[in-house]
Design a protein around this ligand. Structure first.
Ligand code: SF4
Ligand code: SF4
Length: 95
C-alpha cells in the first residue's frame, strides 16, 4: 500500500457526493459510497463492524478502496482530487 501523508483520524473526507466520478473508475471503485462509510466511521468508530459489513457488501460488485492504483483517471472531475488523496485513508480502515 502507498504511504499516507498527513493522516488525521478525525478528519472527514469533504466529498460532496456529486457523482461526477461515478462510473469513471476502470477498477469500478465505489468512491462516494466509500467516502460516506469512512466519514460515518470517523463520526463514531464504535460502528466499525457494521460499516465494514456495508463496505464488504458494496465491494462484492465494485473494486475496493485498496484497488486504487492512482492512475488519476478520475482526477480531472473532482475539484478536490479526493480519490487520489483519500482512498488510501479508506483502505487503511476497511478491508
Ligand atoms: S467527484 Fe469528488 S466530490 Fe464528487 S462524488 Fe466523486 S469524490 Fe465526491
Ligand atoms: S485514480 Fe483510483 S479511483 Fe481514480 S480512476 Fe484511477 S484507480 Fe480509479
Amino acid at each position: 500500500m502507498l504511504p499516507i501523508y498527513n493522516f488525521d483520524p478525525n478528519f472527514k473526507i469533504p466529498c460532496k457526493d456529486c457523482s461526477k466520478c461515478t462510473g469513471l473508475c476502470w477498477q469500478k471503485i465505489a468512491i462516494p459510497d466509500y467516502f460516506r462509510i469512512y466519514n460515518e466511521y470517523v463520526e463514531d468508530n464504535t460502528r466499525l463492524e457494521e460499516l465494514q459489513k456495508e463496505y464488504t457488501e458494496i465491494a462484492r460488485t465494485h473494486g475496493k478502496a485498496s484497488d486504487c492504483i492512482m492512475c488519476r483517471g478520475c482526477d480531472g472531475v473532482c475539484e478536490g482530487h479526493l480519490p487520489t488523496t483519500y482512498l488510501r485513508w479508506v483502505a487503511r480502515v476497511f478491508r
